[in-house]
Design a protein. Sequence first.
Length: 252
Amino acid sequence: MKPLRFVCMAGVAFIALVFFPSHSFTGQAEEATETARLLAILLDAGRVTIAKNQDLINDPARGDKGFTPEVFEKQLDEEFRRRTGFSLGQLEKENIPEMAKPLLVRLLEESKKTIASYQPVINLMGVRYKGLIPATFGTETASRFHNWSGVYLKQTAPQSFVRNPKNAPDSYEAEAFTRLASKSSGLNSDHVQSEVVDQGQSVRVMLPLFYGKPCLTCHGEPKGQRDISGYPREGAKEGELGGAISVRISLK
Ligand code: HEC
């Protein structure tokens, strides 16, 4: 009885392997998920690097700021390494999915292009608001990266916080925000939410962004009063879920 059962089980396993080759699929979904996570962190690391240099960028008393694409890249690399353990300077050698490497290289290039395009403006004297803030960096960089790669990369926010209609959440993102908001998460944690969707056709990853003190000069109180960029403040609180970097990668 026993040997026969063993043979049957082996047969079932064989059929399952041939008709449901789930192993390679799982591998691909895992690779895409890790790729999406790294892309989200790289875009956010660029945002954080802008935030750290915001006073310098805004300084009306200074002409040449020395905030070149190269200076930006060095700080970006430090931030990315701190959060992922990987160095942008030697991605080839790092233990990351092969599919992630050309995408990260391109996202880095597009990030530097954004900084390059703002050079004439940020080196102007006498102007305080120059349009280069974490959000414009994120929107512009992500949109050029998306055009090149076809990978959906977006900075979005819960509907009540949306300023730029281009960043409005789609139905998946809107639902993910209600799930994320119910979990109380710490500031700046890199806890991503990931899921295989569309009947296994794609993966979606959301990196939540929480409002810290520096964000509140624009997004905080007094609600309704215009900030330096001209938008009305949202009246947000410190630690509140302010948005997310959202990535979708097709598995086809
Ligand atoms: C100098 C003012 C300013 C600061 C500081 C600032 N933001 Fe924003 N934020 C904006 C503006 C302006 C936009 C809309 C940008 C656009 O038009 O694409 C925006 C957009 C966003 C978006 C995209 C969704 C949307 O509304 O279009 C998110 C998410 C966001 N901010 C989060 C943050 C977080 C988190 C911080 C702190 C790390 C922060 N912001 C700091 C001004 C600011």
